[in-house]
Each structure stands twice: as structure tokens, then as C-alpha cells.
Write a protein that binds this ligand. Structure first.
Ligand code: FES
Length: 270
């Protein structure tokens, strides 16, 4: 259930480069959130920034103190995220959420590929933990421009998950895109489903590969969002569905089966 309230910050630490992890205390609400859902944060008590910013839920867990916590993983890329990076432990921050549908999962999924690029890895840790708890075998494919943009590798490996790493410049893992050998990997291991989050060209490519291999694929879409509640139309996304031309990423998603997105029109509106 969506709520708006102030949450206490437990930590807000720089992981490396421009990437940060924000940990918050949650007595209620987020304990029942689902992988793929997101929050909208009001970053300041002043007029700027006026609009909330969306962030994927990265992790939800019970702390050794017994308190429940949730975490957000974010990249400082503008004034809003710069303001967020300055918050300190014990401050309180205004959050609306959890919002959205999250990834759909069921007990018939025995193996999954999780493909992400850059900060698109943010929802994947929560998803991996959920899948592992349900006995699903997970294989992570994580890409970025440089080694600085490849995140959470140690965490995935500590969970016993196989991770393939790709960077544009070869500074970590295999040089190239995360999608370069995806077709080959699917032919070798035949997963029951693909989950993807990252830059639009990456997820469009994942969708195309999934379609050609007849493997179901769910994508978590990133979008500019002003309201997060279906009111502003700022997150309209072209649809393949016969009953509607557009989705709202905030209320219809952010997760969609990839064949429901009209990738041709989506590419042309970016
Ligand atoms: Fe306003 Fe989706 S963010 S309609």
C-alpha cells in the first residue's frame, strides 16, 4: 500500500565514484514491497527541486537490531541526486511509496537471467534475493561503461549467484555490451525468463533477443516522472496493446512484459 511519510536515514554512503547507497528505517509499509517497485522522494523542504524523484527499491531486509530497513542505490547525475547525496544519518526524508507493480514471479520459474546496465542494477539485488528464496536459479549479467559503473558484484557472488561482467572499455570483465553474447548464453542454458533493467537501447536489445528465442522477458522501464500517480502523463510509454496507445510507467509499470512495449515508437520519442 502506498503511503507518504518521513523515514529516518540510517546511512547514506558513497560506494564508489558517483554511486551511493541510502539505507532507511521502515517500521511498516516496505516490509511487504515487491522487487521492481520504486519510491518517489521529496528531496528538499525548499521549492527546489519541486518535483519528487523516482528511485528503485534496491533491498529490503531485517537489520540485526530487529528493525526492518530498505535501501536505495543511486547515481549522482544532477542537482536532485546531488542534494540526496548530502543527507546524513539520523535525518528524516519524505518518501512516497512503494509504487508500481514490480516483477511478476511464480513457482514454475526454475531459472532466470537478470540483465542490467549501469544503475539499472538497482532493483536486481532485491529481485535476486526473492528468486533465490523461491528456489530459482539465477544468473546475473551486469554491464557498464567502465569498472566504476559495474555494481553489486561481490554481493551477488556472496549469494552464490554466477555473474558475467561487461564493460565498454574492458576495465572489468569482458569488453563489450552486456547483450553481446546473450543469444549464445540463452542457447547454452535456456532460462525460463529474462529480467532486464537499464538504458533503453540495452533493454530494447534484450527484448529483441528474448523474442527471437521465444523466452518471456520482463523489463523495468526508467522514465521521467513528475507525479508517480498517473496524473501528469509525464511517463507515457508507447504500447503494443490493442486497447491503449500508451502506458503510464508509474501506474501501469514500471515492469512490463517486453512484448507489450512498442520499441520502435519508444526509440523515436527519446
Ligand atoms: Fe505522472 Fe506517471 S509520473 S503520470
Amino acid at each position: 500500500m502506498i503511503s507518504q511519510q518521513k523515514y529516518q536515514i540510517l546511512s547514506n554512503r558513497q560506494i564508489h565514484g558517483n554511486y551511493y547507497q541510502l539505507r532507511l528505517k521502515c517500521e511498516k509499509g516496505f516490509k511487504n514491497s515487491a522487487p521492481g517497485q520504486f519510491v518517489m522522494i521529496h528531496l528538499s523542504d525548499n521549492y527546489f527541486p519541486l518535483l519528487r524523484r523516482p528511485f528503485s527499491i534496491h533491498n529490503v531486509f531485517q537489520h540485526e537490531t530487529g528493525n526492518f530497513c530498505f535501501e536505495l542505490l543511486y547515481k549522482v547525475i544532477g542537482k536532485g541526486t546531488h542534494i540526496l547525496s548530502k543527507y546524513q544519518a539520523n535525518q528524516w526524508i519524505d518518501i512516497l511509496g512503494p509504487i508500481g507493480n514490480g516483477f511478476s514471479m511464480n513457482n514454475s520459474i526454475q531459472s532466470a537471467f537478470l540483465i542490467s546496465g549501469g544503475i539499472g542494477v538497482a532493483p536486481m539485488l532485491f529481485l535476486v534475493k526473492y528468486l533465490l528464496d523461491n528456489g530459482t536459479h539465477c544468473h546475473v549479467f551486469n554491464g557498464g561503461r567502465t569498472s566504476e559503473d559495474v555494481l553489486c558484484i561481490d554481493t551477488f557472488q556472496s549469494l552464490g549467484v554466477k555473474v558475467n561482467i561487461y564493460t565498454d572499455d574492458g576495465s572489468a570483465g569482458t569488453q563489450g555490451f552486456v547483450t553481446d553474447d546473450l543469444n549464445e548464453q540463452i542457447n547454452t542454458q535456456a532460462p525460463d525468463i529474462l529480467y532486464a533493467c537499464g538504458p533503453q537501447p540495452m533493454i530494447a536489445k534484450v527484448s529483441d533477443i528474448a523474442n527471437k528465442n521465444n523466452v518471456p522477458c520482463q523489463v523495468s522501464l526508467e522514465s521521467h516522472m513528475a507525479c508517480g500517480m498517473g496524473a501528469c502523463l509525464g511517463c507515457a510509454m508507447p504500447s503494443n496493446d490493442s486497447h491503449t496507445s500508451y502506458f503510464h510507467v508509474c501506474v501501469d509499470g514500471p515492469v512490463f512484459f517486453s512484448d507489450r512495449v512498442n520499441w520502435t515508437r519508444f526509440s523515436s520519442q527519446i
